[in-house]
Design a protein around this ligand. Sequence first.
Ligand code: GRF
Length: 204
Amino acid sequence: CKLVVLLSGSGSNLQAFIDACKNKQLPNTEICAVISNKADAFGLVRAQQAGITTACIDHKQFGSREDFDAALQAKIDEFDADLVVLAGFMRILTPGFVRHYLGRLINIHPSLLPKYPGLHTHQRAIDAGDKEAGATVHFVTEELDGGPPIIQAKIPIFDGDDAATLADRVLSKEHTIYPLAAQWFAEGRLSLRNSKAVLDDKNL
Ligand code: GRF
């Protein structure tokens, strides 16, 4: 299974994928390329240290989202990706791009979707007085953070939590569930059918 990972920042989720490939949790899986829209993303350093091909496509060099996404798509398709993994990729993707990869484009979002799509999820959960928070891996559809969920991890919110402590604890759960979702995909057990995520012929 050939993965291409898109990111904009630290790349701790990318690191979880690199580690999962190394320790054979992801058998027959190769991270073919890591592509960032930001030249200074630490995720690019992580990729280079692991010997993975990197590319940077700066969205500021393009006049429209469509032009940026077309360049991004052309670059991804050079690698013949089976699965495109959004790992902290901070760009909203155009409908044409999403359609091109439908069923082979996944994202991780740091909330218990459908709660809190968009930004500042941890602060919003704390402000709402929620007792739990978490992360969701989902197939990407045209609706922002609205695609069919694949797996969620939940953690309790403690009294003393702020957005930073909560983000840390959620992130460490992300590192478990995201490679697991990719493992299911690589094993041919996970697909998008009739707008639902399906694992082993069961709707998730
Ligand atoms: C994570 O919180 C993820 O849920 C969100 O972006 C962040 C990426 O973190 N989509 P990292 O770059 O993988 O460390």
